[in-house]
Each structure stands twice: as C-alpha cells, then as structure tokens.
Design a protein around this ligand. Structure first.
Ligand code: SF4
Ligand code: SF4
Length: 400
C-alpha cells in the first residue's frame, strides 16, 4: 500500500493509543481520517521510498534542514520519542534525571520499538542541549549518525559563517553517501515543497485566530506528520482548509502554550489543558508554529546559504540570547488574543527551565497575562496536580 491508500490497522509499537494513554476529551478526537493514521501513512511513505532506492534519514531537531535531505532524494523522518514505555530501557544506560524526550528516543533505539529505525540510512543530529548531544554518541555506536555543530550565538556573523559551512558539509556528505547530484535545482525544488508544507500548516494554525475556531489545539497538533513532504498530507491540508472554516466552533479559555515540543505520544499536558476548559489557540514550540516561521526564498542566489540562514534563527532556548522567542510570544499573544500563557518544560530540560524566568517576566510585566509554568515528564502520576494548577490559572483569567 502506498501512503495515500486505505489506512491499515494502527502499528501497535508506535501508536500511543495502543500504549494505555487515553485520549480524554472530545477536543482530542481526530479531525482528519488521514492524520488519525499518521504514523502508518508516514511509515508506508518511507517504505515505498526505500523500495525505490531513496534514503530514509532520521532527524531529531528542528534545526536539521529538511530541505537538504529532500534535495538528496531522501525522506526526513522525525525520531523524537514521545512514549513513556521506552524510558525504563533507556535508564539502563542513561541517568534517570534526564529529559524524557531524550530517554524515550534512546529507549526506542535500545528496544527497536520504532519501525522507522530499521529503514534508516543515516541519522542527522546537531549540538543543541547537552543531554541530546551526549546521547547521540551512544546512538552512533549502533548506527551512522552525522552531527551538525550548531553555533549558539545566532546573531554573530561568525555563527552564520560556521553554520553555512556545517550545512554545506551535510550536503556534501549526502552527495557522497547516496551518490546524488544534490545541486541548486534540487535544493530549489525541496525549498518549494517545504515552503508549501509550512504555508499550509501556517494557514491551519491561523484558523485558531477565530473567536470560535473549528478545531482544538490537540486536533491541530495531530495534523503534523513524522515525515515531511508527503504529497497526500499536503492534499489533506488543502482539503481541511477548504472544509474546516464552515464547521461549528470551539470556545474555551484562550491559552498560548510555549516551551518544549510535544512529540507524538506526549500530548498529555495539552489534553489536560483542553480537558479543563482551555483552548490552546497557539503553540509556540517546535511541534507548533515555531518552525513554521521559517521562510526561505527558492530563488535566492545561493539556496543552500538561504536554507542555513533561515534555520539558524529558530528561537530555541539552546541559543543565547534567545530574545526572538519573546518577540514571537508577544506577536502570538496579540494575534491569537491569548488570555493566559502556559510554559511547559520537560523534567531536567535546563535550557527551557532556566529561560522560563524570562518568559514569566515577559508575560506578567509586558503582556500582562497570567502565567503558569509546568515541569513534568511522560508519566501520568502528576496529572491531577497539573489539572488543579491549570484550573487555578483559569479562575485567575475568569476573575480579570
Ligand atoms: S526545542 Fe530546540 S532542541 Fe528541541 S527540537 Fe526545537 S529547536 Fe531542537
Ligand atoms: S526538551 Fe530540553 S532537554 Fe529535552 S531534548 Fe529538548 S532542549 Fe534537550
């Protein structure tokens, strides 16, 4: 079956709904038949590409320029783990006091529970947070991993020069490894594909501007695939953009969610917010609109440099300073008329945990919005406590 065919039954090993994680509220019900089977479609797409001799490349962060992989004929697949079930295996090697996203990802590697792993020709990673970059060394003992060295002061001219060189090295590695030309024409084609995908997803996210949006934050999050540039996904986005504006709307306390990404399977906090009367109108994180801010000119004189320059300016907490994140929060709060901000950090995520002090000040002193910081992991033991804190935040909003 190709990726556009009738959905097969869910793949138990990577579908969180098969792992005892309930989907609690109607706000979490799938809005797209196709994306209800996203994992299966992405897997079918990757398998079909592999059968045609195309490489499958694992990625673990939004700094990895998908365009370069697509231009090499490859399929970029996100490997970020969102399952608590793989964490005990990871803790045999990794410290328990480590971000669950890193442990879950590595746990998949150890248990072989992710069917994409057996398709991989290469993993492209980058030096972001300490936990991730050290985990990559362990992953590299088991499969080929190429690590991009990401500069951490993105506004410095030297950072731009360095990152362009790193992205150029990646392109050269892909050319040699997969024996493909990866020329400017291929890069321009890949930029157009990703620009179309980002544009469609930006427009879907824009539906949340309405007083009563036709979908919930969870439903919007579910319209994201593990693999990029799948033609049938783009067609489904078009269909939803035509259909959704006429649908009955949803109301709730308008929440701007910021902080760490919520990989597939790790949506519990979003469900708790929306199950408590909230409506997450904007997700300023890497599974939300943050990477959708990238705009790359396919006709730029040097397309590889244009790709590198755009990606370097993603406002992630691994950067110093990361004032662009606060600028984005200000813009999103205004555009989506947020009534409060919830800042999520995974346990032991130093970068986002520390940066939350700046986010709090921005929300309280500048945006004048109630702010709640949540720190949690992939377990569900603190769900009741989170719910109580979210409800208290919503009472604060109601009292204003
Ligand atoms: S939050 Fe930062 S480190 Fe994590 S995926 Fe996004 S850009 Fe990468
Ligand atoms: S959530 Fe934080 S600690 Fe975890 S991988 Fe991302 S940046 Fe690193």
């Amino acid at each position: 079956m190709d990726c556009c065919g009738t959905p097969p039954p869910p793949t138990p090993c990577c579908d969180p709904r098969q792992q005892g994680q309930p989907r609690p509220a109607t706000s979490a019900l799938p809005i797209s038949p196709r994306f209800a089977h996203m994992v299966e479609h992405a897997l079918a797409h990757a398998r079909a590409a592999k059968a045609q001799g195309r490489p499958v490349v694992g990625i673990l962060c939004e700094y990895t320029p998908r365009e370069v992989i697509l231009a090499a004929g490859g399929v970029p697949v996100c490997l970020c783990g969102g399952s608590a079930a793989t964490i005990p295996a990871a803790e045999e090697e990794l410290p328990a006091n480590l971000c669950p996203l890193i442990k879950s990802t590595y746990g998949y590697e150890l248990t072989g529970g992710n069917p994409f792993l057996e398709l991989l020709d290469l993993v492209v990673a980058e030096t972001t947070c300490d936990g991730k970059k050290k985990m990559y060394e362990l992953m590299a003992e088991r499969r080929p991993v190429h690590v991009l060295e990401l500069p951490q002061k993105p506004d410095q001219p030297e950072a731009v020069t360095h990152w362009r060189a790193e992205v150029a090295k990646l392109a050269q590695l892909l050319r040699e490894r997969f024996r493909v030309p990866l020329d400017d024409a291929a890069l321009r084609g890949a930029i157009r594909t990703m620009e179309r995908e980002r544009d469609l997803r930006r427009r879907l996210a824009g539906l949340m501007e309405a007083d009563a949006p036709p979908l919930s934050g969870r439903q919007l999050l579910d319209l994201k695939s593990l693999a990029s540039g799948i033609p049938c996904d783009l067609a489904e986005y078009e269909r939803l953009l035509a259909e959704l504006p006429g649908k009955p709307g949803r109301r709730g306390v308008r929440v701007l969610l910021t902080g760490v990404p919520m990989p597939h399977g790790a949506e519990r906090v979003l469900d708790l917010i929306e199950g408590s009367g909230g409506l997450v109108v904007a997700q300023e994180n890497c599974t939300g609109v943050k990477p959708l801010q990238l705009r790359i000119d396919a006709d730029a004189p040097d397309p590889l440099a244009a790709i590198a320059d755009a990606y370097l300016h993603l406002p992630c907490a691994v950067m110093t300073k990361n004032s662009a994140r606060l600028d984005l929060l200000r813009e999103l709060a205004k555009r989506f008329r947020a009534e409060c901000v919830i800042d999520l950090a995974w346990h032991a995520c130093t970068t986002y945990e520390v940066e939350s002090a700046l986010v709090r000040r921005c929300c309280e002193n500048d945006l004048h919005l109630p702010y709640l910081r949540l720190s949690t992991d992939y377990g569900s033991g603190d769900s009741a406590r989170i719910q109580v804190r979210v409800e208290a935040l919503f009472e604060q909003v109601a009292a204003r």
